[in-house]
Design a protein around this ligand. Structure first.
Ligand code: SAH
Length: 396
């Protein structure tokens, strides 16, 4: 097996169990390795540190599979670690009855570059690095075994694959497309999941608990859901008895699915729902000019800052929409505001929201900090990672 030799002193982040080895930490590769091959990682003095997947084209030159230099990376490795990830979800009672669930969350489950989501009896697999790419078949078998699913769809079309020199790969890798459209029931609400063309692997599973929170807060509230996608927050707000729900998204197809989703839930009062295809930045201003007010506003925008380099521009965008949301709230109104930008820390996000309240001339407090649910565990060493962060604020 080839050896990846680190430069002196560059083993510190590995000692802290951070699984990424950047190009600048590498002295040399002794021996030959193809992309995705497992290499022995050794310190400058030759001390064995880890086994990692080699990725020559990426700035992240290798990702650690195991910090135990004696552990063998083979089919059984994936069987063991995927089984453990699936069992980890069983630790949380409220996850047990969920149709839609993240089974493997990359680095946070010790499997860098591997995402697996379950939607009923369908599993969606996403490989984002050379390591899991090499072990595709072992991973597919391990997922079949651990989940007893009917079918697996591969959705390896994330843009980050380009950084690894990998082309997009999509298609059914086990079983065939289901005869009916795929639906899940999320906390009592039926939602379609388009694993082929939907965002991410088809659905925003990371907002499940926050959508449920919306339901518990929505009673009798005039609600505005910005960036509604397929209506997840909107439908939960209706389920919670919102007096009205105005939902905005710039994507016509997403709104069409949202409207279909509402029709799949005859228990909800469709007359209280209004859908608007618009740019949120423009529409918030238009609502303000029209003198509209709301009691609950949800802001769940796309990632404005994929990395720290975009943080400043993103901060201005977050501040803008949050300030408008504060202006549109009635007294005692609630704002649920989210960011999934890797480049914006939770402290920074709080400062942006605080500045936005000042811009709007409103006094507000944080009632609750909002995060992703337990099927999206957080790697200890990824404090600034792309994790969902949010604030529930109330204005005076
Ligand atoms: N809250 C959703 C997920 C939101 S994803 C859920 O729980 O499922 C972000 C959404 O923002 C996408 O649907 C995208 O179409 C929409 N979007 C992106 N930029 C926008 C803009 N400027 N105005 C309106 N919608 C936008």
């Amino acid at each position: 097996m080839a050896q990846l030799v680190l430069l002196p002193g560059k083993d510190r982040s590995l000692a802290r169990r951070h699984p990424w080895i950047f190009a600048a930490a590498v002295e040399k590769l002794s021996g030959r390795a193809r992309p995705g091959d497992t290499v022995d990682v050794v310190a400058a003095n030759g001390r064995p540190l880890a086994k990692a997947a080699w990725s020559p084209e990426s700035k992240i030159r290798a990702r650690v599979w195991t910090f135990n230099p004696d552990e063998i990376v083979d089919d059984a490795f994936f069987k063991r670690h995927i089984q453990a990830a699936v069992e980890r979800r069983q630790l949380t009672p409220e996850l047990r009855g969920q149709d839609g669930l993240r089974l493997v969350h990359g680095e946070s489950d010790g499997l860098p570059g591997l995402i697996a989501d379950r939607y009923g009896d369908t599993v969606v697999l996403q490989l984002t690095a050379t390591g899991p790419e090499k072990w595709r078949q072992a991973i597919i078998h391990a997922l079949q075994r651990a989940t007893v699913c009917a079918r697996i769809y591969e959705r390896s079309d994330s843009h980050v694959r380009r950084l690894e020199g990998l082309p997009p790969v999509t298609g059914w890798v086990f079983g065939a497309a289901p005869a009916e459209r795929l639906c899940i029931v999320e906390n009592g609400v039926r939602m379609q999941v388009d694993v082929v063309a939907g965002h991410k692997t088809g659905f925003y599973l990371d907002q499940r608990d926050n959508r449920l929170l919306t339901r518990t807060l929505a009673a009798d509230r005039a609600t505005l859901n910005c960036f509604c996608y397929t209506g997840g927050f909107s439908l939960q707000a209706l389920a919670g008895g919102a007096s009205s729900v105005l939902s905005i998204d710039s994507s016509g197809p997403a709104l069409a699915t949202a409207i279909d989703n509402l029709a799949l839930n005859p228990q909800l009062d469709a007359n209280r729902a209004e859908w608007r295809e618009a740019d949120v930045f423009t529409e918030l201003r238009a609502l303000k000019s029209a003198g509209q007010h709301f009691d609950l506003i949800i802001l769940d925008p796309p990632k404005f800052a994929p990395s720290a380099a975009h943080a400043e521009r993103a901060a201005r965008a977050y501040r803008d929409i949050n300030a408008y949301a504060f202006r549109l709230l009635n007294r005692g109104g609630l704002l649920m505001s989210y960011s999934c930008s890797g480049g914006i820390s939770s402290e920074y996000f709080q400062r942006i929201v605080a500045d936005a309240a000042v811009d709007a001339g409103r006094d507000a407090r944080i009632l609750r900090r909002l995060a992703a649910p337990p099927d999206h565990p957080v790697a200890l060493h990824f404090s600034e990672g792309e994790y969902l962060k949010g604030l529930l604020c109330q204005v005076d």
